[in-house]
Write a protein that binds this ligand. Structure first.
Ligand SMILES: [Fe+2]
Ligand SMILES: [Fe+2]
Length: 343
């Protein structure tokens, strides 16, 4: 067996960093991009919960995932939750395609129907209930892969308190992130700048939780406001600049009229698109894909992409991205290319 010297081994490791960007670009190029609704629908008939874009299924997207699921009439997601439901250290959005129901999030009721979207705050207790006579069809996207990659993933379920890490048992859990509290005052010892900085550190988690509970949760379809941008008509759906306390997951809805095209851009964050209405074509670098309503697109990181409406209806695309996570890590990059031809 070949024995490498320490010097050789370390220069190999240094070279690994140099080669990495190019290898990563190759992985992005090999990524599966288009997921067709008829295939998803067939699987949903059997399983009711189908992961579509997910690193565990070979996707090169490491920050978020998307799945489709169905909640049968007059039942609840997960079943048998009564009060708290479950919570997890991920940000999540849910977009409802069919059916009517309500969700309980940290004790507050939100009613929803087709075209509405929920932004479930990080670590809030939640349950989703189908109130109607027809199945609820929805997609959900979460930052689960990001939490797992960071080694910070926690999932607490009302039915399994023996696995709880943060909460005490019972109804009080709904109100308390850290039993015993964590105000700045409770942690203050001494009267100096360092004591103050440490007290602020202790208070930070509690303060963040308060901000999340004050933040916006439900977006009704009728309240979306489309405005012209370089990328075309866009409505920001979930963004901290419009009342959400999101730190990782952002959502925009794009609308392109028949025969028109969006702008082209590329960015250093993951994007998953749900085709909400209409039909079209997307160009991703040197490839193109034709898509229809309810198809899903996984746009690889830092690949140029542009959308064309090839149908006769307005094309609506719900784009779920992890731009905020990258912004907050200080790792954002967005390049605008050709502008949309209808604004
Ligand atoms: Fe959940
Ligand atoms: Fe994009």
């Amino acid at each position: 067996m070949e024995v490498k010297s320490v010097k050789e081994r370390h220069s190999e490791l240094a070279m690994h960093s140099v080669k990495f960007a190019k290898e990563e670009q190759r992985r992005r190029k090999g990524q599966e991009i288009l997921f067709k609704w008829p295939d998803i629908e067939k699987q949903l008939g059997e399983h009711k919960h189908i992961y579509v874009v997910d690193a565990r299924l070979g996707s090169n997207n490491h920050t978020h995932r998307l799945w489709y699921d169905v909640i049968p009439p007059h039942t609840e997601e997960g079943q048998e939750w009564r009060t708290l439901g479950h919570r997890h250290t991920v940000e999540a959005i849910i977009y409802f395609l069919k059916g009517h129901g309500h969700s309980i999030i940290d004790g507050v009721r939100y009613d929803w129907g087709p075209g509405d979207l929920l932004s479930v705050p990080m670590f809030s207790w939640h349950r989703h209930i189908n109130d109607g006579d027809e199945p609820v069809l929805r997609i959900a996207s979460t930052t689960g892969p990001l939490s797992l990659a960071l080694g910070q993933a926690v999932y607490e379920d009302e039915r399994y308190p023996e696995f709880w890490v943060y909460a005490q048992e019972g109804e009080e859990a709904r109100k308390t992130l850290i039993p015993g509290g964590g105000s700045a005052e409770s942690a203050r010892v001494g009267n100096n700048r360092s004591a103050e900085l440490y007290a602020e550190q202790v208070a930070f988690a509690m303060h963040e939780e308060q901000l999340r509970r004050k933040s916006k949760v439900l977006v009704k379809q009728k309240d979306l406001v489309f405005e012209p941008t370089a990328m075309g008509q866009l409505a920001y759906v979930v963004d901290p600049r419009i009342g959400f306390h999101s730190k990782a997951l952002g959502v925009v809805m794009a609308e392109i009229p028949p025969g028109k095209r969006s702008g082209a851009h590329r960015h250093l964050y993951d994007e998953i698109d749900l085709i909400v209405g209409g039909a079209g074509r997307v160009i991703v670098e040197d490839k193109s894909f034709d898509f229809e309503t309810l198809d899903v697109l996984s746009i690889p990181v830092f690949q140029w992409h542009q959308y064309f409406n090839t149908g006769s209806e307005p094309l609506r695309i719900l784009a779920v991205n992890t731009r905020l996570a990258m912004d907050n890590l200080g790792l954002s990059l967005t390049h605008q290319g050709e502008k949309a031809d209808y604004v």
